[in-house]
Design a protein around this ligand. Structure first.
Ligand SMILES: [Zn+2]
Length: 78
């Protein structure tokens, strides 16, 4: 811990990591209450999750982040 850095909890293993070191990732959550009838409630949320370094490495988050960055660069440079 350096100075007044706050700690976040890893979403996968529960280890507490301080925020500059943690890997944040935006995760999309889809939920619906479809009970095989017409009136279902759909719910969509984009949640920011934090992972520790080892969990991020294990889950391939770095690769996903690189892909996202490449996509964004393509989108905004042209
Ligand atoms: Zn972890």
């Amino acid at each position: 811990m350096r100075g007044r850095d706050t700690a976040v909890t890893c979403d996968n293993c529960g280890r507490s990591v301080h925020r500059p070191k943690a890997v944040s990732f935006e995760k999309a959550i889809n939920m619906s209450t479809n009970l095989h009838q017409g009136n279902d409630v759909k719910f969509f949320e984009r949640r920011r999750v934090y992972y520790c370094i080892s969990c991020a490495k294990h889950k391939g988050i770095f690769k996903k982040k690189a892909e996202q960055a490449a996509r964004n660069a393509e989108k905004y440079n042209y």
